[in-house]
Design a protein around this ligand. Structure first.
Ligand code: CAA
Length: 275
């Protein structure tokens, strides 16, 4: 998600400082952004001159301290409260107190993340969708303490980079994943029970419901670990059995079959087609 968000910001004329805990992922992220911008030129969404300028506005760093220069920070750390909160706590003393912290969480409480920082009024959810350069929506999620000015500025930023923001209240899974993940989970139960094979389940939803991808293909795109994390948040926070993650999903995550990113999920992806 991080490289997709950076790509969209660069394409809209902003400067981006990209960081990651892993040097390997940082390098891979920058390479994918460069590839995405080249594709934008090919498809005439960007001029060659604009691409070159965008590339020069992209910087990478391994040091969180370098983020002191940023006017907004958008975090796309793995979908785990402790991991995200640790990053925000480290950034608080580094970044100017007035700048906005935006979390691209899919389901974690914005109110709770905001409370882990010294700036809950400037903390907001900014939930992008995969593939970020293509999908129109950004869910903008205020926490209990988020100031209206923070929400307004975030809505404006999303609009300025060509997205359509929708304001959604802070509730587990917000709207998108509260509705989407039970469907994906049910598709996995259907597979487990042998109602149809993976392709059959996906074909039904594509041909019968006009979904661009079937739920199992989509789960592979999102990442099965991410799907499981979101379902756990829904199940644990809303305490309703209908959100119980399918044991087959848990088993696949335990096996390391995480979808496209590992080359195997409900389908197999040959190298080069993996992400
Ligand atoms: N990364 C980046 N770009 C991608 C991509 C990917 N994984 N997959 C496709 N694209 C791009 C293609 O390059 C193409 O762009 P160009 O204009 O440069 O050619 C464009 O998307 C359309 O792709 P295709 O023509 O190959 O295929 P398509 O028309 O079938 O569209 C799709 C592909 C956009 C992914 C479409 O299948 C779709 O909309 N699927 C549903 C995606 C979805 O529901 N996303 C939300 C997931 S939920 C989420 O992200 C939130 C969360 O918290 C879990």
């Amino acid at each position: 998600m991080g490289h997709g968000i950076a790509h969209v910001m660069l394409r809209a004329g902003l400067s981006v400082l990209l960081t990651d805990a892993s040097a390997k992922f940082l390098e891979a992220g920058a390479a994918r952004i460069a590839k995405g911008l080249a594709r934008d030129v090919e498809k005439e969404r960007l001029t060659e001159e604009a691409r070159q300028q965008a590339i020069t506005r992209l910087k990478t760093t391994a040091k969180l301290a370098d983020l002191a220069a940023c006017d907004i920070v958008i975090e796309a750390v793995t979908e785990n409260y402790d991991a995200k909160a640790a990053v925000w706590r480290a950034l608080d003393p580094v970044c100017r107190p007035e700048i906005i912290f935006a979390s691209n969480t899919s389901s974690i409480s914005i109110t709770r993340l905001a409370a882990a920082t010294l700036r809950p009024a400037q903390f907001v959810g900014m939930h992008f969708f995969n593939p970020v350069p293509v999908m129109q929506l950004v869910e903008v999620v205020p926490g209990l303490q988020t100031a209206p000015a923070t929400v307004e500025a975030t809505m404006q930023l999303a609009t300025a980079v060509g997205k359509t923001p929708v304001r959604v209240n802070d509730a587990p899974g917000f709207v998108a994943n509260r509705v989407l993940l039970p469907m994906i989970n049910e598709a996995v139960f259907c597979l487990r029970e042998g109602v149809a094979d993976a392709k059959g389940i996906d074909d039904v939803m594509k041909l019968g419901m006009n979904h661009p991808m079937g739920p199992l293909e989509l789960a592979d795109l999102i990442g099965l670990d991410v799907c499981l994390d979101i379902l756990k948040v829904l199940y644990e926070s809303l305490r309703e059995p209908k959100y119980r993650p399918c044991p087959l999903l848990e088993k696949m995550v335990n096996a390391g079959w995480l979808g496209r990113k590992t080359g195997r999920g409900f389908y197999e992806y040959p190298p080069g087609k993996a992400s």
